[in-house]
Design a protein. Structure first.
Length: 363
């Protein structure tokens, strides 16, 4: 019985028929080369190289021809060889605290999109708020001779700092702002975010206000927001209240927090600031089950503006970080440092961004 060919099989046959015999012979002895792509597209090898490294400099018509040849030949550019020739590759490494967390998604996407437009690719790793894991990731990235590195925040191990200092490539710290540090920075002040949150609640008339920390150990940025909250409360003559969840899951931790803070018989809090929207969302759901009226009995605030935050009942008052802008500007700083983008005067080392407070129903 003759097996019927699939659509993919037929497409593959047609593609092979389009390839010159000399090219097919070369492919049989190894993978396609940049010269094979150039020959099929009817352009020079330099144009193909530019297509991968600086696609914006190649016309739309030529990009279509080269893309078609790349697809037919299954061509994969040799990034390692390009790295040897220029002392670094076309790869940029980025270490973030949590790949699965929605808060960093816009940063990753905008960073990658901006790099891709200039022929660079993103290599991503997660530290899960561990300085040791971050150091391992940075060490591994440096083995690939990256064009640049991006790390999150200002808190790193001594080993990581030594690696970054000796790397001799552009380094950007994101999601934080500490102008005295030596690296380029694109971010915001977490301390100021904590101040912003508690001042909003104080202006609403709340006085017994608690702060719930992240259930994940190592989230130092959340502790900076906690410190900003505590400073403003003390200036107002009020006593800060900290709650550290013992539950690892953010949803269990949020439930634990609201039950411990809002259901106690004596001195129950009037408002709670959570380290992130996951904790706050869990508190809203648990509060509804426990019969807690929000915000009249207990107001809630989060941080992050996750996708579900506006759809909760009550909708969550939160602070939105400039996640997308952080990724885009960090990529621009790197491209400027690598000479891919012209700079009028000099590269801006520090970029301070602001967060937006979104007033909704929960506070």
């Amino acid at each position: 019985m003759i097996k019927r060919k699939t659509e993919i099989d037929r497409h593959s046959d047609n593609a092979e028929n389009d390839v010159p015999s000399a090219t097919r012979k070369r492919r049989g002895s190894g993978r396609a080369t940049i010269h094979d792509v150039a020959q099929m597209a009817g352009v020079g090898s330099i144009t193909v190289s530019r297509y991968f490294k600086q696609p914006a400099l190649v016309s739309d018509a030529l990009r279509e021809k080269i893309a078609a040849a790349v697809k037919v030949l299954n061509y994969v550019p040799n990034l390692a060889a390009g790295g040897l020739a220029s002392t670094h590759s076309r790869i940029v490494g980025m270490v973030i605290p949590n790949i699965s967390g929605p808060i960093f998604a816009h940063t990753i996407q905008s960073f990658s999109d901006t790099l891709n437009a200039h022929g660079y690719q993103l290599l991503l790793a997660s530290s899960y708020f561990s300085v040791e894991q971050e150091e391992q990731a940075v060490r591994a990235f440096l083995g690939w001779s990256p064009a640049a590195l991006v790390v999150t925040g200002q808190y790193h191990s001594r080993g990581t700092l030594q690696l970054l200092n000796k790397a001799n490539i552009p380094v950007v710290e994101t999601w934080d702002y500490q102008p005295k540090r030596r690296y380029m920075q694109v971010g915001f002040s977490h301390h100021r975010v904590g101040e912003q949150a508690v001042r909003y609640l104080l202006n609403k008339g709340y006085e017994r206000i608690a702060f719930v920390q992240n259930s994940v150990v190592g989230d130092e940025s959340a502790l900076d927001r906690r410190d900003g909250y505590a400073e403003v409360l003390r200036e107002a003559g009020l006593q800060p209240q900290f709650f550290v969840p013992t539950q690892a899951s953010p949803f269990d931790a949020g439930k634990q927090a609201i039950e411990a803070l809002a259901l106690r018989k004596k001195d129950a809090v009037q408002a709670i600031i959570f380290a992130n929207d996951n904790l706050a969302a869990a508190a809203i759901l648990a509060g509804q089950r426990a019969g807690i009226a929000m915000p009249s009995q207990c107001a809630l605030m989060g941080f992050g503006d996750y996708a579900m935050s506006s759809m909760l009942l009550p909708s969550l008052t939160t602070i939105r970080p400039p996640a997308r802008e952080i990724g885009e500007i960090a990529a621009i700083r790197i491209l400027e440092s690598l000479g891919e983008i012209p700079v009028t005067k000099k590269i801006q080392r520090l970029t301070l961004l602001e967060c937006d407070l979104l007033e909704r129903e929960s506070a």
